[in-house]
Design a protein around this ligand. Structure first.
Ligand SMILES: Cc1cc2nc3c(=O)[nH]c(=O)nc-3n(C[C@H](O)[C@H](O)[C@H](O)COP(=O)(O)OP(=O)(O)OC[C@H]3O[C@@H](n4cnc5c(N)ncnc54)[C@H](O)[C@@H]3O)c2cc1C
Length: 399
């Protein structure tokens, strides 16, 4: 479970009797629940998307399947690592909805609070995230602080029991819908870059916040710019110590890069199998076989990451490797899909499955950038895992 690091016990990932029982129970629940879901909303109808995704989250909670690995004390199921993997397999096989707008809350803000939050913060937010009552966004990146996140400049100045925040964030996914945000601010401008940052819980309805959606290549506005003009945030909303936000950020990023990709990976495998039914060309099928084998390898790494995250509260280095390798494999899959579709790939609104594959090609162009670009993941692997010389300016870039 979540807690201080300790030696990992061996894990047998074959279904135990308890796993098999859990699988059967979950399958029954999915078979009974999925037919009663309303049709998914249109791609760019964000209020309807919020309603659909949070409604699904509430159903998961009521069924006892929300926060599969989260502590029972906060409404989670506290399932074993192998049960968590069964959960992901069954959800994907049944084509259950994805976490959607609950992505930040469920997959990295919630896990960060579990490890780093105070009791009050956990009680205030974790149950709401699990019940689909609180949507989170992430306010880390700034126009001049993406890969080099530690150079962020959004400033928080202490004023009694509040911080007063001024500055700008960019690429904040779902900020236009969110109730709460993970916010990184500079609390000590004179300290070395990594030592003057704090991690705050941001109420998105605080006066002085302006959210401006950004249009993407898909035509929708999945992410936003967020501007702060004298925004007051209680000091009690700080997670971790003042100026210790960089350490907390790395906890958040390890979840964002590691276990957060499980659903993506399962979906990609399904997409590859689907593509296999659309081509008889031996060269295409050979390439698809190679990509599928790669996804199988990544699924094995996912098992390791999930086990590690549950045992030590941190998926560890496997998270960085998974994020990088998945981005590469997914790129290869989507390129191959465009090759198989040939001229049909020129149309995004075409009949049958074409539109789906084209939209996925466009959406996944962002994978090697989001949550830290592939070049940055390579730098981290080189410097921190392989012990290669650091970048010339002497400090690794962490996001
Ligand atoms: C779909 C999507 C969703 C996102 N959601 C959020 C969100 O919710 N909240 C949030 O805060 N941010 C979000 N981001 C932002 C994301 O974290 C940044 O885009 C990412 O960290 C890269 O930063 P940048 O865009 O400023 O690129 P830059 O840092 O300007 O990088 C530009 C290029 O230079 C390369 N590069 C930079 N530094 C180095 C180096 N030291 N060595 C080698 N190459 C280097 C990069 O790899 C990249 O190819 C999202 C991004 C995307 C695409």
């Amino acid at each position: 479970m979540w807690g201080p690091p300790r030696t990992l016990p061996p894990v047998d990932l074959r279904d135990s009797e308890a796993d098999a029982a859990f699988r059967a129970e979950l399958r029954d629940w999915l078979a009974a629940t999925l037919p009663s879901l309303p049709p998914p909303p249109g791609r760019d109808n964000w209020p309807a998307k919020r309603k659909f995704d949070t409604d699904w989250q509430r159903r998961l909670f009521e069924g006892g399947y929300a926060g599969i690995s989260w502590p029972k004390a906060y409404g989670g199921r506290e399932a074993s690592p192998s049960e968590e993997l069964v959960y992901h397999e069954e959800m994907t096989a049944a084509r259950a909805p994805y976490v959607g707008v609950n992505f930040v809350g469920m997959l990295h803000a919630g896990p960060t609070l579990i490890v780093e939050g105070t009791d009050e913060q956990k009680k205030a937010h974790l149950p709401k995230i699990l019940r689909g009552e609180e949507v989170w966004c992430q306010g880390f990146s700034e126009p001049n602080a993406g890969s080099d996140l530690a150079s962020l400049r959004t400033r928080a100045v202490r004023d009694g029991d509040d911080y007063i925040v001024n500055g700008q964030k960019i690429w904040s996914s779902f900020a236009q819908l969110a109730d709460v945000g993970e916010l990184l601010v500079r609390t000590d401008p004179d300290a070395p870059r990594h030592r003057g940052i704090s991690w705050l819980i941001l109420p998105m309805d605080a006066p002085g916040i302006e959210v401006r959606p950004i249009q993407t290549v898909l035509g929708g506005s999945e992410f936003c710019e967020v501007f702060f003009d004298d925004v007051r945030i209680p000091v009690a909303n700080r997670v971790g110590d003042e100026n210790d936000g960089w350490r907390v950020t790395n906890v958040t990023l390890s979840f964002e890069r590691g276990t957060a990709f499980v659903g993506e990976l399962m979906d990609a495998r399904r997409q590859a199998e689907h593509l296999l039914t659309m081509t008889t060309d031996p060269a295409d099928r050979r390439e698809l076989g190679r990509i599928l084998a790669y996804f199988d390898g990544l699924w094995a790494l996912t098992k390791r990451n999930v086990t590690r995250a549950q045992n030590s509260g941190d998926p560890g280095a496997g998270a960085v490797v998974l994020k990088l390798a998945y981005s590469d494999a997914r790129d290869a899959l989507d390129d191959l899909a465009m090759h198989v579709l040939d001229r049909a790939a020129l149309s995004i609104e075409d009949v049958f499955d074409v539109g789906y594959f084209v939209r996925e090609r466009l959406r996944t162009l962002a994978l090697p950038i989001a949550a830290g670009s592939s070049q940055i993941q390579r730098n981290i692997i080189g410097e921190r895992l392989l012990g290669l010389p650091k970048e010339p300016r002497g400090e690794p870039v962490a996001s």
